[in-house]
Design a protein around this ligand. Sequence first.
Ligand SMILES: [Zn+2]
Length: 296
Amino acid sequence: MRTVEEEQAIRHDVFRWLDAAFIGRGGYEISRTELLSYSFLGERIPLLDTGRGIRNPATFRSTLSIMSGWKKNRYQDFEDENGWIEYSYRDQEAGDNLKLKRAYELRAPLVYFRAVREGYYFPYYPIVIAENDRVERKVRFPLDQGLGLLGDPHGYSDDQRRYADSVVRTRLHQPLFRARVLRAYASACTICDLKHPELLDAAHIIADTESHGVPHVTNGLAMCKIHHAAYDRSLLGITADYEVRIDRDLLDEIDGPMLRHGLQDMHGRRIRVPTNRNARPARELLAERFAQFIDR
Ligand SMILES: [Zn+2]
């Protein structure tokens, strides 16, 4: 067994590593292979356990990570619409369950790897297990610590409900949406082809605050930050035939290279769409959004 301090140091190093190798670089999914390659001071410590939904290193007192299964219920996790995850104890795996319960008792921060597709994950950390139900044999934790502070979702006031909904949108729906959209567009801006994930967003065609602004790839476009902002403010529009239009007034302006090359030159260009037909932007959604651009 490692010392408590060493175990804690490794957990924090894992968070640092994920910050640097993934979140900080605008990552949208991380592969199983990468997660198996993590090492601490030269010692390899895989962050996943092949074939299991839980990672309990032999030298750790408590669980280091939990992962969701890509195929439904392949592992024992269940995600509700309030941003809470339920993870059931493993059948007849006394050691795993013991370490899971200990993670709850010690409030040990861990990582939850949520599958975005087979073999690829979006990491949530630090996760702290909030409840341990010995009768139902499962634990519960929120994907965001802010949700944990709100308490029981059934008892939310209107303000708490609004806050929780916005957290769920950004923490639960947005990362999956971004992963699907950026992958569909091969990590390139649909307008200008910029290929830097750290400068790319998954833009909604119909905003996610609208009831039909669903986080589905056909309601999404991979866009660099500047084109996303221009699209959101209707300085740039996209027709149902995938053609870019720049706002009339903006076309007449005279300014530096960003305006000229970054925006004006995009007028009349065709956007680059995913090779997979099912992932292409829905024309009726583009048309609806384009009407707002025209009306501006
Ligand atoms: Zn762009």
